[in-house]
Design a protein around this ligand. Structure first.
Ligand code: HEC
Length: 96
């Protein structure tokens, strides 16, 4: 149920124009769909806006290699290379 809700939110976010001040890099809206201040209904999704970019990168590496347990992030992390994630992490870190 929680996943279904989150996926519906992602879809809704994709349909909307970017809400943030700066233009997000490719793929970043896929993250902010779940990890945004708008998704108050799901405390299971940690807030990423304003988070240190290096922390985001290391968490993603952990999800990808399975050393960090997760419900959905392991699958999401495998869909992104580090080169794709770097600008996304920097963008998330710059959001409020
Ligand atoms: C379908 C919803 C969803 C999407 C899309 C999503 N996440 Fe997540 N994210 C979660 C959930 C839920 C967790 C908690 C761990 C878990 O259960 O997988 C999480 C955890 C995280 C964490 C760990 C934060 C912490 O404090 O532990 C990071 C970093 C993260 N996500 C980054 C991303 C990035 C980067 C993207 C885009 C490439 C993204 N997420 C896309 C749902 C999502």
């Amino acid at each position: 149920m929680r996943l279904a809700l989150s996926l519906a939110t992602v879809t809704a976010m994709w349909a909307m124009p970017a809400l943030a001040a700066s233009e997000p890099p490719p793929g970043a809206t896929a993250c902010s769909g779940c990890h945004s201040t708008l998704v108050l209904a799901s405390p299971a999704v940690p807030r990423l806006f304003g988070r240190d970019a290096a922390d985001i990168m290391s968490a993603m590496a952990g999800f990808r290699d399975g050393s960090r347990s997760s419900t959905v992030m392991n699958r999401i992390a495998k869909g992104f290379t580090d080169d794709e994630l770097r600008p996304i992490a920097a963008w998330l870190a710059a959001q409020k």
